[in-house]
Design a binder for this molecule. Sequence first.
Ligand SMILES: Nc1nc2c(ncn2[C@@H]2O[C@H](COP(=O)(O)OP(=O)(O)OP(=O)(O)O)[C@@H](O)[C@H]2O)c(=O)[nH]1
Ligand SMILES: [Zn+2]
Length: 368
Amino acid sequence: MTPLSFDLSLLGWTDSRAAELPDGTVPGRVSRVDRGAAEVIAADGRQHVHHGARVRRAAAADPVALPCVGDWAALKPLPEGRYELDEVLPRTTAFVRGGVSRDSRGGLSGDGQGQVLAANVDVVFVTEPSMHATDLADLGRVERLVALAWESGGTPVVLVTKSDLFGHGLDDLLADVRQAAPGVDVHAVSSLRGEGVDVVRGYLDGSRTAVVLGPSGAGKSTLVNALAGGEVMETQRVRAADGRGRHTTVHRELIPLPGGGLVIDTPGIRRVGLYAMDEGVDRVFADIETLARECRFHDCGHGSEPGCAVLAALESGGLPERRLESWRKLQREAAWMASRTDARLRKELQSRWKSIHKEMRRSGRNRP
Ligand SMILES: Nc1nc2c(ncn2[C@@H]2O[C@H](COP(=O)(O)OP(=O)(O)OP(=O)(O)O)[C@@H](O)[C@H]2O)c(=O)[nH]1
Ligand SMILES: [Zn+2]
């Protein structure tokens, strides 16, 4: 154990979580997972802990019960100041990946086994570079990641990164991004110039936990370093300089920031993965869903039906064609995922996050 000690409230520990802590245990936050074990941060420091019998039993029955990065764990004291991980406390949000993997032929196969990649994430920063090599920002990618963010139960915030690369027209780009993510805060950020970084930091007030999603090269590591005020993540420039070309970022997993707040960086959730996301898709396309309610036919396919409000909006220019296509594509994908994710996992996702969203809307916590 390191001699460091931690104020757990700075790691996001709250009274409502304390109420769920079983007697005879102490809390710790999972910062990294290992096979059969985890690294946790407890009040008396970082420690490598093994899963206790209860966790092993639960995980054998259902892999979703395995501790993951961001989890709050009940730690049972063992002799010599050590602990074992006795229980995972109820999650408020979770990134759950459906049991789908790429097979050797590059196809996809589903095994119906879910996996929780990160838990208790309050804010999901969706990064999209204003310019990516010679490409413009990809609004479809923003829509997809915002859908995943909603699905996790966290609050998405879109960051248009590398804004310094975009001269005239940044305001137009931001307007397009806002249209692609209705009801979601959108900000321009240049970590290079330090612009927008304080706005990002503001979302972490009150020791909130964030993840940063986005394509390779979006500047995620650079942003996290800017937030941390130092090099906590290796960036692409560093990697290029060592002559070995680009390779995988060194992942620190749960990073407590000096100014308060935490960032989770876990391989597998940074980029677009395969998640169930049907509710998230409904939410990111709320404008189209609202229009569709005005269609003459209840089961309108928005193709050539008379009295179609969606097509009318398309014609009047209120709805970009790109967005309708993107909606169709993501709906197909969500349906495909749904057909391959097992029913139990989907039920867990839906009932849990539905009540969380409701609660968040009620208490006005929608926007941090
Ligand atoms: N012009 C400009 N370049 C930036 C900015 N932020 C990051 N970069 C550069 O963009 C490149 C990629 O940055 P990273 O932070 O490594 O990107 P990443 O999203 O972490 O990439 P992966 O680790 O591959 O997922 C590096 O060369 C950075 O120096 C910015 O605000 N402006
Ligand atoms: Zn219609």
